[in-house]
Design a protein around this ligand. Sequence first.
Ligand code: FMN
Length: 418
Amino acid sequence: MKSVDDFRLRFGSREYVPIMIGGMGVDISTSDLSLEAARLGGIGHISDAMIPTVSDRRYDTKYTRDKLKIYKYNVANTDKSEVQFDLGLLAEATERHVRHTMERKHGNGLIFINCMEKLTMNGPKDTLRVRLRSALDAGIDGITLAAGLHLGSFALIEDHPRFRDVKLGIIVSSLRALLLFLRKSARTNRLPDYVVVEGPLAGGHLGFGMDWAQYDLHAIMAEIQDYLKAENLDIPLIPAGGIFTGSDAVSFLDAGAAAVQVATRFTVSHECGLPPEVQQHYFSADEEDIEVNNTSPTGYPMRMLKSSPSIGAGNRPNCEAYGYLLDANGNCAYITAYNRELAAHPDARRLRVMDKTCLCTHMRNFDCWTCGHYTYRLKDTTHRRPDGTYQILSAEHIFHDYQYSKDNRIALPPAEQA
Ligand SMILES: Cc1cc2nc3c(=O)[nH]c(=O)nc-3n(C[C@H](O)[C@H](O)[C@H](O)COP(=O)(O)O)c2cc1C
């Protein structure tokens, strides 16, 4: 019987443990978590979501406060088109976060950054260009292009000196999305170094509609593999979404996957950015406590715990401080939903907005509890303490469990001393 350790991910002449910890937005996949993956010989991700805000918390900068100061006059205005990011400061924040991570890297693995096109930041092209180029300048090993089609993203960095050396990958959920990307980026004469194929059981935003349950990751993988074979294209495929045990991973590696991308099991690690009390909600969740809903203003369905404080919270939009989801015209679906409720209930002391959520505010505060489908199995991966809470795991333990376990078994961590 095989384990993940019988396989290796190959990029050129270099080999890695074929385990990639996926990007988890707004500092859930922290520097520390990505560093553990790299130290153990695999691949970790930091996230480029809301880096200036993350920087304020991690490095004691004041980007959010200063931005709010500039645009305070606009807080009650429904038109947010004037609320812009300072591109110089955005570059500075991105470089700081990436450099701080890369400087601490040990081991044979790699650290990538997960970059979401859907963070349009009231200037989609300019802000994305700055984020991608700053990450390259600061020495990131690779960039995973996520959440959005990224049809023009290669062109934004094709004149960067590292364009041909850095590892570039894309996340897709269908052959159709991959074909679109390949067609649009063909002009740059560069294929992606890897393709993450994300199925319907993943956490975060989904690349499917509300009919997600009709799709199957193995089937999507097979379709993409057949296409690549027919076209004689050799691009490593990395499935993601619902790969919960080492044996799940082996089933994909045996079928020709180059590696697997996993995330949910690491949400309950010490190194993950989720606060410990939120991690307990992940542990105690049952299957019926998890839903896929449309509350994200991005337009993509998102999976989360039904008890997420973000659901129904009717806070005033915080675009002057954050504004990461404002489109090119300064709109966000949450602003529209909020204004509709405000008009309908002008005298309400507390508004409730059920259909959309202020994602920037709630991801920033770890109040949007996005999670993978199998979150309800996390309780089976650890010990329950006498007080009913669950023991947090180390990223190393989870990584090694994926790497060495067989027969669908999950190794429990050493029990804490009372
Ligand atoms: C809490 C959480 C946050 C996530 N955030 C992001 C994100 O910001 N960008 C992204 O591309 N994928 C995101 N994902 C998806 C993961 O990177 C990964 O592809 C997927 O969850 C793997 O499936 P698994 O969680 O079942 O292992 C997130 C997943 C989780 C669990």
